[in-house]
Design a protein around this ligand. Sequence first.
Ligand code: DP6
Length: 377
Amino acid sequence: EIYTASSSAPVNIAVLKYWGKRDTNLNLPTNSSISVTLSQKDLRTLTTVNSSRNFEKDSLYLNGVSHSIENDRTTNCLEQLRSLRQQLEEDDPNLPKLSQWKLHIISENNFPTAAGLASSAAGFAAMVAAISKLYELPQDASELSRIARKGSGSACRSMFGGYVAWEMGEKLDGTDSKAVQIAPPEHWPNMKAAICIVSDLKKDVSSTSGMQTTVQTSELFQYRVNQVVPPRYSQMVDAIKNRDFETFGTLTMKDSNSFHATCLDSYPPIFYLTDTSKKIIKLIHTLNDAIGKVVAAYTFDAGPNAVIYYESENEEVVLGVLFGVLSNVDGWNEMNSATLKVPEGVPLSSLDSTIASGVSRVILTQVGEGPKESDMF
Ligand code: DP6
């Protein structure tokens, strides 16, 4: 007999970045962070878990490829989920002893892995959501986020939809380091995101090791964690509650820049932004200056891809400018280019056509829901 459950989980992109750990085993961060969950229509991981007393070992398939499950991150998550299940089985001896049985985990992304989009957040969130459903665990999303966090820090934020904070907590055991929802997607439903996939074959320093170098070597990092992030955190929460895009966008851009500055201040320095990334930064500033307010905000994670947040009412001008430089790039099929216009005041000379050669694809998406139970794979 086989027990089975499926769940999907979204990608999230931080607007106040997590960078630095105070505990590398438990993934406890040196600052709280805030993110927007993106729509699963465009970006999600779908995970099915099967359990049977006949399975000989735990196994994991990602996009059809077998992966080892014997890494600390996955093991930490599985151990904790099994021990929560075991408590249920001790309370109710009629329950099947799933905690003792091996798991077959099958996981698939609906977006190309080659896009270079970090998928570990959605991956661990989907795995934790699917297993907690299989095990019929009573824990709520915040409690489950502490388990997902041990897989990958940013994964804890993918346990919620909408606008999400990861509260760093202060306890050594990490029990207060968890995700909470600031606002559901309906609160600010017109938040859109254009993801520009920057084609760059070079493998960057992974976020896990990059942040360790920063913590150990950057003085600027101390300043960021102690002076910059704490006030910014409450300003960002207020901006989200008030749907204040001017403040939200300004803080998002400044925080991305602050995080990448600590990377440059690391020794040896870490470079995630490429020339193409920098050209996109300039383009967005040119657009905002021409309009006279912040209508678009860029942010970059541990790689060169740009995520540009904007409100749907400004789609014409934001995508107009992007389309102005990226019209040949994949991802525009659903847009009617006739409705897109480069706004007056944006000098055509700023529409640097060399950006297009650095961008391989654009994914248009928006704020979305948290993990969903799924019947089918
Ligand atoms: C730049 O969550 O990938 O995307 O906890 O080591 O798995 P680990 O790191 P990870 O780091 C994400 C860093 C970031 C910023 C963010 O998402 O907040």
